[in-house]
Design a protein around this ligand. Structure first.
Ligand SMILES: [Zn+2]
Ligand SMILES: [Zn+2]
Length: 277
Protein backbone atom coordinates (compact mmCIF):
# COMPACT_ATOMS: atom_id res chain seq x y z
CA UNK A 1 0.00 0.00 0.00
CA UNK A 2 1.49 3.33 -0.95
CA UNK A 3 1.06 6.31 1.29
CA UNK A 4 -1.05 7.92 -1.45
CA UNK A 5 -3.62 5.17 -1.06
CA UNK A 6 -4.12 5.89 2.59
CA UNK A 7 -4.95 9.52 2.98
CA UNK A 8 -3.66 11.58 0.09
CA UNK A 9 -4.71 15.03 1.19
CA UNK A 10 -3.10 14.76 4.62
CA UNK A 11 0.21 13.33 3.56
CA UNK A 12 0.57 15.68 0.60
CA UNK A 13 0.31 18.81 2.70
CA UNK A 14 3.39 20.62 1.41
CA UNK A 15 5.31 23.27 3.23
CA UNK A 16 3.69 26.05 1.19
CA UNK A 17 0.26 25.01 2.53
CA UNK A 18 1.58 25.46 6.06
CA UNK A 19 3.02 28.82 4.99
CA UNK A 20 -0.35 29.89 3.60
CA UNK A 21 -2.10 28.97 6.87
CA UNK A 22 0.60 30.76 8.81
CA UNK A 23 -0.05 33.93 6.79
CA UNK A 24 -3.85 33.59 7.07
CA UNK A 25 -3.60 33.22 10.87
CA UNK A 26 -1.09 36.07 11.04
CA UNK A 27 -3.53 38.36 9.24
CA UNK A 28 -6.64 37.29 11.16
CA UNK A 29 -5.24 37.08 14.69
CA UNK A 30 -2.92 40.08 14.51
CA UNK A 31 -5.99 42.22 13.86
CA UNK A 32 -8.18 40.48 16.49
CA UNK A 33 -5.46 40.65 19.16
CA UNK A 34 -5.15 44.38 18.45
CA UNK A 35 -8.86 45.00 19.12
CA UNK A 36 -9.66 42.40 21.83
CA UNK A 37 -6.42 41.77 23.75
CA UNK A 38 -6.53 39.79 27.00
CA UNK A 39 -3.11 41.10 28.08
CA UNK A 40 -2.60 44.62 26.71
CA UNK A 41 1.03 44.71 27.87
CA UNK A 42 2.03 41.64 25.88
CA UNK A 43 4.52 42.40 23.06
CA UNK A 44 3.14 42.08 19.53
CA UNK A 45 6.09 39.90 18.55
CA UNK A 46 7.53 37.54 21.15
CA UNK A 47 11.28 37.00 21.36
CA UNK A 48 10.73 33.24 20.99
CA UNK A 49 8.19 33.52 18.12
CA UNK A 50 10.74 32.03 15.69
CA UNK A 51 10.60 28.74 17.65
CA UNK A 52 6.89 28.43 16.90
CA UNK A 53 7.37 29.44 13.24
CA UNK A 54 9.79 26.52 12.86
CA UNK A 55 7.27 24.16 14.53
CA UNK A 56 4.56 25.47 12.21
CA UNK A 57 6.53 24.97 8.99
CA UNK A 58 8.23 21.69 9.94
CA UNK A 59 5.13 19.92 11.25
CA UNK A 60 3.59 18.95 7.87
CA UNK A 61 6.88 17.46 6.73
CA UNK A 62 7.43 15.47 9.91
CA UNK A 63 3.92 14.23 10.61
CA UNK A 64 2.74 13.32 7.10
CA UNK A 65 4.64 10.04 6.94
CA UNK A 66 4.15 9.29 10.66
CA UNK A 67 0.39 9.73 10.20
CA UNK A 68 0.34 7.53 7.12
CA UNK A 69 2.49 4.88 8.82
CA UNK A 70 0.29 4.72 11.93
CA UNK A 71 -2.87 4.51 9.85
CA UNK A 72 -1.32 1.80 7.67
CA UNK A 73 -0.39 -0.38 10.65
CA UNK A 74 -3.93 -0.04 12.03
CA UNK A 75 -5.59 -0.91 8.72
CA UNK A 76 -3.36 -3.93 8.20
CA UNK A 77 -4.24 -5.13 11.69
CA UNK A 78 -7.97 -4.63 11.07
CA UNK A 79 -7.84 -6.53 7.77
CA UNK A 80 -5.45 -9.23 8.95
CA UNK A 81 -2.76 -8.21 6.45
CA UNK A 82 -5.15 -8.14 3.43
CA UNK A 83 -3.73 -5.10 1.67
CA UNK A 84 -6.35 -4.95 -1.09
CA UNK A 85 -9.24 -4.80 1.38
CA UNK A 86 -7.36 -2.25 3.49
CA UNK A 87 -6.75 0.03 0.49
CA UNK A 88 -10.42 -0.07 -0.59
CA UNK A 89 -11.56 0.73 2.97
CA UNK A 90 -8.93 3.44 3.42
CA UNK A 91 -9.82 5.24 0.19
CA UNK A 92 -13.55 5.64 0.64
CA UNK A 93 -14.37 4.63 4.20
CA UNK A 94 -16.71 1.93 5.52
CA UNK A 95 -20.05 1.27 3.84
CA UNK A 96 -22.01 2.73 6.79
CA UNK A 97 -20.01 5.95 6.44
CA UNK A 98 -20.38 6.18 2.66
CA UNK A 99 -24.16 6.24 3.19
CA UNK A 100 -23.79 9.55 5.04
CA UNK A 101 -23.08 12.97 3.50
CA UNK A 102 -19.58 14.30 4.11
CA UNK A 103 -20.83 17.20 6.27
CA UNK A 104 -22.53 14.77 8.66
CA UNK A 105 -19.43 12.59 8.79
CA UNK A 106 -17.33 15.70 9.51
CA UNK A 107 -19.56 16.64 12.48
CA UNK A 108 -19.34 13.09 13.89
CA UNK A 109 -15.57 13.06 13.34
CA UNK A 110 -15.26 16.37 15.20
CA UNK A 111 -17.22 15.00 18.19
CA UNK A 112 -15.35 11.67 18.33
CA UNK A 113 -11.98 13.36 17.93
CA UNK A 114 -12.73 15.87 20.67
CA UNK A 115 -13.54 12.98 23.03
CA UNK A 116 -10.25 11.28 22.09
CA UNK A 117 -8.28 14.54 22.36
CA UNK A 118 -9.76 15.27 25.78
CA UNK A 119 -8.52 11.97 27.22
CA UNK A 120 -5.11 11.91 25.54
CA UNK A 121 -4.54 15.52 26.66
CA UNK A 122 -5.53 14.56 30.22
CA UNK A 123 -3.15 11.58 30.10
CA UNK A 124 -0.29 13.82 28.97
CA UNK A 125 -0.68 15.81 32.20
CA UNK A 126 0.20 12.73 34.24
CA UNK A 127 3.44 10.99 35.22
CA UNK A 128 6.25 10.74 32.71
CA UNK A 129 3.98 11.79 29.83
CA UNK A 130 3.92 15.29 31.34
CA UNK A 131 7.55 15.79 30.31
CA UNK A 132 6.49 15.58 26.65
CA UNK A 133 3.58 17.99 27.13
CA UNK A 134 5.39 20.50 29.39
CA UNK A 135 6.93 22.07 26.26
CA UNK A 136 3.47 23.27 25.25
CA UNK A 137 3.05 24.93 28.64
CA UNK A 138 6.42 26.70 28.43
CA UNK A 139 5.82 30.12 26.86
CA UNK A 140 4.99 32.96 29.24
CA UNK A 141 3.47 35.15 26.54
CA UNK A 142 0.73 33.12 24.92
CA UNK A 143 -0.57 34.02 21.48
CA UNK A 144 -2.07 32.33 18.39
CA UNK A 145 1.34 31.21 17.13
CA UNK A 146 1.86 29.07 20.23
CA UNK A 147 -0.85 26.60 19.14
CA UNK A 148 1.70 24.41 17.30
CA UNK A 149 4.39 24.05 19.97
CA UNK A 150 4.24 20.35 20.83
CA UNK A 151 6.81 17.60 21.19
CA UNK A 152 6.49 15.14 18.24
CA UNK A 153 5.59 12.24 20.54
CA UNK A 154 2.84 14.39 22.05
CA UNK A 155 1.50 15.08 18.53
CA UNK A 156 1.61 11.42 17.50
CA UNK A 157 -0.30 10.10 20.51
CA UNK A 158 -2.70 13.06 20.59
CA UNK A 159 -3.72 14.62 17.27
CA UNK A 160 -2.25 12.04 14.87
CA UNK A 161 -3.92 9.28 16.91
CA UNK A 162 -7.26 11.16 16.79
CA UNK A 163 -7.03 11.26 12.97
CA UNK A 164 -6.04 7.60 12.75
CA UNK A 165 -8.86 6.58 15.10
CA UNK A 166 -11.68 7.96 12.95
CA UNK A 167 -10.13 6.52 9.78
CA UNK A 168 -9.84 3.09 11.38
CA UNK A 169 -13.49 3.43 12.38
CA UNK A 170 -14.35 3.86 8.69
CA UNK A 171 -14.97 7.58 8.21
CA UNK A 172 -14.04 9.00 4.81
CA UNK A 173 -10.61 10.65 4.62
CA UNK A 174 -12.42 13.59 3.01
CA UNK A 175 -14.34 14.24 6.26
CA UNK A 176 -11.06 14.34 8.19
CA UNK A 177 -9.36 16.61 5.68
CA UNK A 178 -12.40 18.91 5.53
CA UNK A 179 -11.98 19.65 9.24
CA UNK A 180 -8.34 20.67 8.99
CA UNK A 181 -8.88 24.38 8.24
CA UNK A 182 -11.37 24.55 11.13
CA UNK A 183 -8.99 22.77 13.52
CA UNK A 184 -6.06 24.99 12.52
CA UNK A 185 -8.04 28.21 13.00
CA UNK A 186 -9.78 27.03 16.18
CA UNK A 187 -6.56 25.97 17.88
CA UNK A 188 -4.89 29.26 16.93
CA UNK A 189 -7.95 31.13 18.27
CA UNK A 190 -7.98 29.46 21.72
CA UNK A 191 -4.26 30.25 22.13
CA UNK A 192 -4.59 33.84 20.91
CA UNK A 193 -4.16 36.80 23.24
CA UNK A 194 -7.90 37.48 23.20
CA UNK A 195 -10.29 38.36 26.01
CA UNK A 196 -13.19 36.29 24.66
CA UNK A 197 -15.10 34.07 27.10
CA UNK A 198 -18.16 33.41 24.86
CA UNK A 199 -20.49 34.58 27.63
CA UNK A 200 -22.34 32.85 30.46
CA UNK A 201 -23.85 29.97 28.43
CA UNK A 202 -21.77 29.42 25.28
CA UNK A 203 -18.63 29.12 27.42
CA UNK A 204 -19.82 25.59 28.25
CA UNK A 205 -20.37 24.74 24.59
CA UNK A 206 -17.32 26.10 22.75
CA UNK A 207 -13.75 26.48 24.00
CA UNK A 208 -12.78 30.15 24.19
CA UNK A 209 -9.38 31.87 24.48
CA UNK A 210 -10.02 32.56 28.20
CA UNK A 211 -11.11 28.93 28.79
CA UNK A 212 -7.82 27.68 27.33
CA UNK A 213 -5.76 30.44 28.98
CA UNK A 214 -6.87 28.99 32.33
CA UNK A 215 -5.40 25.68 31.19
CA UNK A 216 -2.04 27.41 30.69
CA UNK A 217 -1.96 28.82 34.26
CA UNK A 218 -0.32 27.04 37.20
CA UNK A 219 -1.47 23.65 38.52
CA UNK A 220 -2.84 25.42 41.62
CA UNK A 221 -5.19 27.39 39.29
CA UNK A 222 -6.52 25.86 36.04
CA UNK A 223 -3.32 24.15 34.87
CA UNK A 224 -4.70 20.64 35.39
CA UNK A 225 -8.22 21.48 34.20
CA UNK A 226 -9.95 22.57 30.95
CA UNK A 227 -8.58 19.80 28.71
CA UNK A 228 -11.13 20.03 25.88
CA UNK A 229 -9.95 21.23 22.47
CA UNK A 230 -13.33 22.38 21.12
CA UNK A 231 -16.22 21.34 23.41
CA UNK A 232 -15.85 22.22 27.13
CA UNK A 233 -18.94 20.15 27.87
CA UNK A 234 -16.44 17.26 28.13
CA UNK A 235 -14.77 19.07 31.03
CA UNK A 236 -18.17 19.69 32.61
CA UNK A 237 -19.13 15.99 32.31
CA UNK A 238 -15.78 14.69 33.57
CA UNK A 239 -15.41 17.27 36.36
CA UNK A 240 -12.50 19.34 35.01
CA UNK A 241 -14.26 22.55 33.90
CA UNK A 242 -12.79 25.74 35.40
CA UNK A 243 -13.85 29.29 34.50
CA UNK A 244 -14.55 31.23 37.72
CA UNK A 245 -16.72 34.31 37.11
CA UNK A 246 -14.93 36.51 39.64
CA UNK A 247 -11.36 35.97 38.43
CA UNK A 248 -9.27 36.23 35.30
CA UNK A 249 -6.45 33.80 34.48
CA UNK A 250 -3.12 34.62 36.14
CA UNK A 251 0.34 34.27 34.58
CA UNK A 252 0.85 31.54 32.00
CA UNK A 253 4.00 29.61 31.17
CA UNK A 254 4.95 28.86 34.75
CA UNK A 255 7.17 26.02 33.52
CA UNK A 256 9.44 28.40 31.59
CA UNK A 257 12.08 28.04 34.29
CA UNK A 258 12.88 24.47 33.42
CA UNK A 259 11.61 23.92 29.87
CA UNK A 260 14.41 24.76 27.37
CA UNK A 261 13.81 27.74 25.08
CA UNK A 262 15.44 26.30 21.93
CA UNK A 263 13.97 23.62 19.65
CA UNK A 264 16.76 21.06 20.08
CA UNK A 265 16.55 21.44 23.86
CA UNK A 266 12.78 20.97 23.72
CA UNK A 267 13.10 17.83 21.57
CA UNK A 268 15.50 16.11 23.99
CA UNK A 269 13.98 17.55 27.17
CA UNK A 270 11.72 14.53 27.98
CA UNK A 271 14.72 12.21 27.80
CA UNK A 272 17.01 14.26 30.03
CA UNK A 273 17.61 13.21 33.66
CA UNK A 274 17.11 15.51 36.65
CA UNK A 275 14.09 17.44 35.42
CA UNK A 276 12.24 19.57 37.95
CA UNK A 277 9.23 17.32 37.73
ZN1 LIG B 1 -2.08 20.79 28.60
ZN1 LIG C 1 -2.58 25.04 24.72
Amino acid sequence: MSIDNIIPSIQNLPIYTASVWLLICLGVFSILQEFFPFDKSQPRVRKDAWVDVVYWLASPLVYASITAGLIYVGFMAIFGGNEEAAVAYAKSGASWAIAMPIWLQAILVLLIQDFSLYWTHRLFHKGKLWNYHAIHHGAQNMDWLHSVRFHPLNVVFHSVFANALVLWMGFSPLAVVALMPFNTLYSAMVHANLNWTFGPYLRYVFASPVFHRWHHTGPDEGGNLNFAATFPILDVVFGTFYMPEDKVPGPTGIYEDYVPKGIIGQMVFPFMPNKSS
